[in-house]
Design a protein around this ligand. Structure first.
Ligand code: PLP
Length: 415
């Protein structure tokens, strides 16, 4: 008991430290389905208020789309609620195979394996395919789940400076003695919204005999002319060895992920990837809805086109209002504030004005890089964005950040 109470005391102190550092994360309760306008209870216990949502990964607006809901209901009726099994025992239905085939066609790969989430796909893929004779060379800004997945593998790990092709080339040259070299990157980077130079990465991979791994979670469904992802946007479809992605963002937003790519790599994941072997199947209701999502995305490019138009419009409004943005071509539009406290205050004031955004600061982004990450959706109409910019301009002006660049913001607010 003495040990237990000391441990509890230590953990309580750690929570207090997080709170004192201003890094405590509060949950905000949404009293509605996910969408462009939601009802949010914040702080907890207050009455829920209507806000415009600019922080969801609901890029295509499909999270509560009527056809997706109908497909989910039908899936529930036809194939039940839960599988009560992992895939390889008795957790695979015909619709799981159908979804894998549909994802393979959509992504332009050879085969696909579903995982409970993309976090699980990333946790399983490196360990299943590579060992201590190989090297994983990752962009320094890859998603946390990739970092964790690489740690679970016995392969040697190295990194290159974010999107720095010269540095990547040095690393590829340095590791020529390894059995396999794997270049590891996100397609669209979640915090900055910039797009990996996959065309250049593939060229380097071919020159230095390396494989390419891309996590396209923030791209699948909308990047590229028909929304297949970053590989389509950069003209390298069919030349990416391994793609991981999520069904939890643009593709319906529920959950589920996959590893897709060269047939033998996917087969080896089926044999060995631990989150596939030891975690429950994706529920039938999600599989049925995801099939509908892919059908909708394949039917027309209207949604990804509208998303692109919304992102362009929103960037223009913010720029004209005098905000400092990270340049980019994705629907992730970071408003840079650099100072963590300022980012928190601005997001709080925006919430009071009916705009739901979240301030990001260390350790989610680098120190001195605090920001408000805004994300667009095909569910947004122009009137949402027009209302949002009014609030941004009002709050930005109140805090005196409009028209200021990085150095001026840092001079005024510190880091
Ligand atoms: C969101 C995200 C994930 C996690 O996806 P889940 O399916 O929610 O586990 C993995 N990688 C990247 C790059 C992401 O943005």
């Amino acid at each position: 008991m003495a040990y237990a109470s000391e441990t509890r005391e230590r953990l309580r102190r750690e929570i207090e430290t997080i709170r004192e550092a201003g890094l405590f994360k509060e949950e905000r309760f949404i009293h509605a389905p996910q969408g462009a306008e939601i009802e949010v209870e914040f702080p907890a216990g207050e009455a829920a208020r209507p806000v415009i949502n600019l922080c969801a990964n609901n890029y295509l607006g499909l999270s509560s789309h009527p056809e997706v809901l109908a497909a989910a209901h039908a899936g529930l009726d036809r194939r039940g609620y839960g599988m009560s099994s992992v895939r390889f025992i008795c957790g695979t239905q015909d619709i799981h195979r159908e979804l894998e085939t549909a994802l393979t066609a959509f992504l332009g790969t050879e085969d696909t394996l579903l995982f409970p989430s993309c976090m699980d796909a990333n946790a399983g893929v490196f360990e299943a395919l590579f060992d201590d004779q190989d090297v994983l060379i990752a962009d320094r800004l890859v998603h946390a789940s990739i970092v964790d997945g690489m740690r679970l593998s016995k392969a040697m790990r190295d990194t290159y400076k974010h999107a720095d092709m010269g540095h990547l080339e040095e690393k590829l040259a340095e590791h020529q003695d390894r059995r396999t070299r794997v270049i590891v990157t996100d397609g669209v980077f979640s915090m900055d919204g910039d797009v990996a130079p996959l065309d250049q990465i593939v060229a380097l991979a071919e020159r230095y005999d390396a494989m390419v791994f891309v996590d396209d979670s923030h791209s699948s469904g909308f990047m590229g002319a028909t929304g297949r992802g970053t590989h389509e946007a950069k003209g390298v479809m069919g030349r990416i060895d391994i793609i991981t992605t999520t069904l939890g963002k643009a593709l319906g937003g529920a959950s589920g992920g996959c590893v897709s790519g060269r047939a033998e790599l996917v087969e080896l994941c089926r044999q060995r990837a631990r989150p596939y072997l030891f975690s429950n199947s994706v529920p039938p209701v999600i599989v049925a809805a995801a099939l509908k999502v892919l059908e909708l995305v394949g039917r027309t490019t209207e949604r990804r086109d509208k998303l692109e138009e919304n992102a362009r419009y929103w960037r223009r409004l913010l720029t004209e209002a005098g905000f400092d943005l990270k340049a980019g071509e994705s629907p992730i539009v970071p408003v840079m504030l650099y100072n963590a406290k300022l980012a928190q205050e601005v997001s709080r004031d925006l919430f009071a004005e009916g705009i739901y955004v979240v301030g990001f600061f260390f350790p989610v982004v680098a120190k001195g890089q605090a920001r408000i990450r805004t994300q667009l959706s095909a569910a947004h109409e122009k009137h949402h964005l027009d209302r949002a910019i009014e609030a941004f301009a009002k709050v930005g002006s109140r805090h005196g950040v409009l028209g200021l660049g990085r150095d001026e913001i840092v001079a005024r607010f510190g880091l």
